[in-house]
Design a protein around this ligand. Structure first.
Ligand SMILES: C[S@@+](CC[C@H](N)C(=O)[O-])C[C@H]1O[C@@H](n2cnc3c(N)ncnc32)[C@H](O)[C@@H]1O
Length: 379
């Protein structure tokens, strides 16, 4: 399969252009080449992402096939011995130059970025042992000392070769594919059965499903998003997971909530530059700019201010982004705090020291890079 695999990958890469990022090109290619099979699809995706991880080391004078092979060789060498690639080279070639102005780039972070990401599943709390048994090759997460493992953490790292979307457990809603850091955001919200929560940027419902599970399907979860198409996917996923305690509405973010219920808690999982997902999707390193960061920072501030209006006195507000840029993380949290003296920083249950802000770093958590901040409304 060796050469064929590289040819497939080169054909995908050839489709990548402005407006067609690597993940879209992969989806289109897979749809047109259904005979590849689950293992083939995963292998091609892996080779394509390896290419974009090492793209700045490759000789542009070579054919695409040769560059794809060279990237695979670089990855194999790096996996065997991470010190084989100099740190200065990682800092200048693995990430765009603007990133250094927005976050620290320690060696462990840069090295983690060049590794393949882990695949995490979130089992329904009571189905964890069954999921582990059915899937076989899985392991529990090992969290760093700065984090307190939530009591109901039901994450498993999948190590096997199968397409989990086709497994009986996935089809029956016994588990979801969800990054470990995203799961920790659900636990940072810590919703209780019977409460009313608002997942303001619910998208396709990754975190809504988790919040509902933590609420044991009791109480009310408002799931809103600007994209009605994404909310339609959420509804399908909710049906599969047996989630009933929710309602969906479109919400553009520039107005208050489309409902009047005061909430015990609001999660704003805001649109962001996605820097925290760059291990999983290396092509995004080369399509995201500092202008995107600036634009999104402004949007996040507006959304957070509007989301906060629905928190009842005594209720919790949680801000989460899958990025680590200063502007979109502490920058947004600081400006919100300055303008909202009726909110006080609140301890995040996932933080071992009870901090009100949390940086989930890929090199520590083995998941996406994420930032979480929490407040309690005091008046
Ligand atoms: C980080 S994603 C949410 C992911 C989702 N919470 C999950 O866990 O699967 C951000 C979401 O914000 C939505 N969004 C972007 N701009 C928005 C706006 N102005 N108002 C409301 N939602 C917006 C996007 O459609 C996207 O679904």
């Amino acid at each position: 399969m060796g050469q064929t695999l590289e040819n497939h990958a080169a054909l995908v890469i050839d489709r990548v252009r402005p407006g067609t990022p690597a993940d879209s090109a992969l989806r289109e290619y897979m749809a047109a080449n259904r005979t590849l099979g689950a293992v083939g699809r995963r292998s091609v995706s892996r080779v394509v992402f390896t290419y974009f991880r090492w793209v700045n080391w490759l000789d542009r004078g070579q054919s695409l096939q040769k560059r794809v092979l060279a990237a695979a060789a670089l990855q194999a060498r790096f996996d065997k011995d991470p010190s084989s690639v100099k740190l200065e080279a990682l800092a200048s070639r693995a990430v765009p130059s603007w990133l250094a102005g927005e976050m620290d780039l320690p060696a462990a972070y840069l090295r983690k970025l060049q590794q393949e990401p882990s695949l995490w599943i979130r089992a329904k709390a009571e189905a964890l042992m069954a999921a582990a048994r059915d899937l076989g090759s899985c392991e529990r997460p090992r969290l760093p000392a700065s984090l307190a493992a939530p009591e109901r953490l039901s994450a498993l790292r999948y190590l096997g070769p199968d397409d989990l979307h086709k497994s009986a457990g996935f089809k029956s809603g016994a588990f979801e594919i969800q990054d470990l850091s995203s799961q920790l955001v659900g636990h940072a919200c810590d919703p209780k059965p019977g409460e009313t929560w608002w997942d303001a940027c619910a998208g396709e419902g990754g975190k809504s499903l988790h919040l509902s599970d933590l609420m044991r399907n009791k109480g009310l979860l408002w799931a809103t998003d600007r994209s009605v198409r994404r909310l339609a996917v959420l509804k399908k996923r909710a049906a599969r997971a047996g989630m009933f305690n929710y309602r969906t509405e479109a919400w553009t973010g520039i107005v208050p909530a489309p409902f009047r219920t005061p909430c015990d808690g609001v999660l704003l999982d805001a649109p962001c530059s996605g820097v925290g997902t760059w291990q999983r999707n290396p092509h995004a390193r080369w399509t995201t700019s500092i202008d995107d960061v600036r634009e999104l920072t402004a949007v996040q501030g507006v959304l957070l201010g509007n989301a906060a209006r629905s928190v009842k006195v005594g209720g919790r507000l949680v801000y989460a982004v899958c990025t680590l840029t200063r502007s979109e993380t502490t920058g947004v949290a600081d400006s919100f705090q300055e303008g909202h003296s009726n909110f006080e920083p609140a301890p995040i249950p996932v933080s071992a020291g009870g901090a009100a802000r949390l940086h989930l770093l890929p090199q520590e958590v083995d998941g996406n890079g994420m930032f979480v901040a929490a407040w309690r409304r005091v008046r």
